[in-house]
Design a protein around this ligand. Sequence first.
Ligand SMILES: Cc1cc2nc3c(=O)[nH]c(=O)nc-3n(C[C@H](O)[C@H](O)[C@H](O)COP(=O)(O)O)c2cc1C
Length: 388
Amino acid sequence: MRYLTAGESHGKQLTTIIEGVPALLPLTSDQINQSLLRRQKGHGRGKRMQIEKDLVDIVGGVRHGYTLGSPIALVIKNDDFKHWQDIMGEDPIEPDASLRRVVTRPRPGHADLNGAIKYGHRDMRNILERSSARETAARVAAGAVAKVLLNNLGINIVGYVNEIAGIKAEYSTDLTIEEKIAISEESPVRCLDSEAGQKMMDAIDKAKKEGDSIGGICEVCVEGMPAGIGSYVHYDRKLDARIAFAVQSINAFKGVEFGIGFEAARRNGSQVHDEITWSEESGYTRKTNNLGGFEGGMTSGMPIIVKGVMKPIPTLYKPLQSIDIDTKEPFNASIERSDSCAVPAAAVVMEHVVAFEIAKAILEQFPYDQFPKLKEAIDQYREEVRCF
Ligand SMILES: Cc1cc2nc3c(=O)[nH]c(=O)nc-3n(C[C@H](O)[C@H](O)[C@H](O)COP(=O)(O)O)c2cc1C
């Protein structure tokens, strides 16, 4: 299973093509729209989210509510394109600066300058339109399909916010995934601790008032994964490494941890490694889950717990100094419409990119063309793992 996305932030549409989804998986556009809607919510989002109401159009690979086994093509139209068609149109135009809305002032923290140097564009709109996190809507659409597949295999996944601007959520490790889904969905910052959630909102409002931005830490939890998915035999088949890659690839993500993560460096081995137990009913389990569900690049059967660190959003209403690439004069970086904090939305993006990597690994290990056969194989594998 793999996917590609295309489309610019203020272009006509975003397009996602997913290949390798088995046939006969029940799938509707409503399921994908629910995921898109969740990405658009969250305290701290800017004007753009009020303008765009993301809705998917499934234009290939699905018929009468079931996948066909052919590539799935998804389109998300940009509602605001009517105001941008001159600026973003695909046909040649006169070299008239006002129509082009040329950007010559790179924004610190964005792809603008590096991308302009790499692709040779003097107008950095050609960079920022694609490097914008608008593209994550297309990734969420792909992940939504993966989530439907996983849910149908009894694998549940949720993303939530653990920290914003240094304010940490405190919650019980005994929360079930269903509880995590319900609580995070009710919170405007996707936080499992309502008191911390309120403080996070206050911090977002404060940052907004000051023209600043703030970052945080998202966590994704996956339950229902059988042990032994992924592999240790090659670096690029390690599932934890693939998940880390996917998470790190989300715009503004600067680090990834599994389980206790960096804290492992400060503890003795006896305080890190998860002791193995066995029971007739559950098969092999671990007494603890410090390693976040992975050993040797493969799932241990414990919940996958992965965290991602998001830096504060780089576009500030209190702009940072930059250099105009035409005049080489210092300037204050130009402001495009911007969020002051997108950590809650990023948790949804993270949930979906993790879902895709997991679904992909499952299909590599169980390469069925028909979903019911995949389900049967996974059920049988679970039983084998329990009795192993
Ligand atoms: C959901 C989401 C929304 C974002 N919204 C904005 C935004 O409104 N303004 C902004 O400057 N950056 C935003 N970002 C972050 C930038 O896209 C990102 O920092 C930039 O593309 C540079 O990439 P890098 O930070 O990974 O190096 C957002 C990121 C995510 C995940």
